[in-house]
Ligand binder design. Structure first.
Ligand code: NCD
Length: 303
């Protein structure tokens, strides 16, 4: 059974705080001229990506290398998955090479949990379908804490395609454990009312102005067209009703921060003016992703 990181839902506050505190150390370590550590020397990490990724895959690789580990990255398009090999056969093949941990992204919710039940090495979930993306929620929390002393009492608006978003789910679990108020906002087809039951302190609105009112944190999400199989959503009006524009920011707290896990679609869910404004911490999120993944890899792969 794996003791990796599959999701935020089952973690307690102390486990989350341990990751955040260790990541705070890595944030400042080296002051920009990063010195490689040898914590994971002699260990091998396999990055297995069955879905596209820029930020997540690269930052797991950089994090592993900064800790001295060897990394191998495999994507479905460049592997035998595209030759029809089943998931189980691919996984058994990789496991036979005895890596010390596997990072996995997959379009099916629960895929890393399945892997963890069958393999003995730790598995880290880098995004499973519409379910969870735990390292994203951790790096988001770290980014918020760069601007605020604590999560408790903050009003966080998460806006966009909530139903299809593993980023939203992991953030909802984490923020709610720490006593933040989470308001979810999106068009009705992307925000069914039962999502308010995911965690305590979660409310729902379809009105972007109401969601942003008084918010300390505005978290924008991409419309996940790749997951809209049944009822394709008309994207034409999306920006008009749910896109974040400069005029909205006056409704939020004066020093509100604007977040986005990326990739951003300028002019669809967020205007360029907002993405490039002083409120935007989108690139800080990317930077913090390395520190968080170092903390996770050290915990999971270390002695
Ligand atoms: C997100 C993902 O893949 O879940 N991106 C990321 O990991 N930074 C969000 C998205 O794809 O929109």
């Amino acid at each position: 059974m794996s003791n990796g990181l599959l999701g935020i839902e089952k973690l307690d506050r102390a486990e989350i705080e341990a990751y955040l505190n260790r990541a705070k150390f890595f944030q400042t370590h080296g002051e920009g001229q990063f010195k490689k550590l040898d914590t994971l020397r002699g260990k091998t990490l396999v990055n297995l990506f069955f879905e596209n990724s820029t930020r997540t895959r690269t930052s797991f690789e950089i994090a592993a290398k900064r800790l001295g580990a060897d990394t191998i990255s495999i994507s479905s398009s460049g592997s035998s998955v595209s030759k029809g090999e089943s998931l189980v056969d691919t996984l058994n093949t990789l496991a036979a090479m005895r890596p010390h941990a596997i990072v996995m992204r997959h379009a099916a919710s629960g895929a890393p949990h399945f892997l963890a039940r069958h393999l003995s090495m730790p598995i880290i979930n880098a995004g499973d379908g519409m379910h969870e993306h735990p390292t994203q929620a951790l790096l988001d929390a770290l980014t918020i804490l760069d601007h605020r002393p604590m999560l408790e009492g903050l009003r966080v608006a998460i806006i966009g395609d909530i139903i299809h978003s593993r980023v939203a789910r992991s953030n909802i679990y984490l923020l709610s454990k720490f006593g933040a108020e989470v308001v979810l906002c999106g068009p009705a087809p992307m925000l069914p009312p039962e999502l308010a039951k995911l965690a305590p302190g979660v409310t729902i609105t379809h009105d972007i102005r109401e969601a942003i009112g008084g918010a300390h944190v505005i978290m924008m999400l991409r419309v996940q067209l790749e997951r809209q199989h049944e009822t394709p959503f008309p994207t034409g009006d999306y920006f008009r009703f749910h896109g974040l524009r400069l005029e909205h920011l006056s409704l939020a707290q004066p020093d509100a921060i604007v977040m986005h896990p990326g990739p951003i679609n300028r002019g669809r869910e967020i205007s360029s003016e907002v993405a490039d404004s002083r409120h935007s911490v989108i690139l800080n999120q990317v930077e913090n992703g390395v520190a968080i993944r170092m903390a996770v890899l050290e915990k999971v792969m270390g002695a």
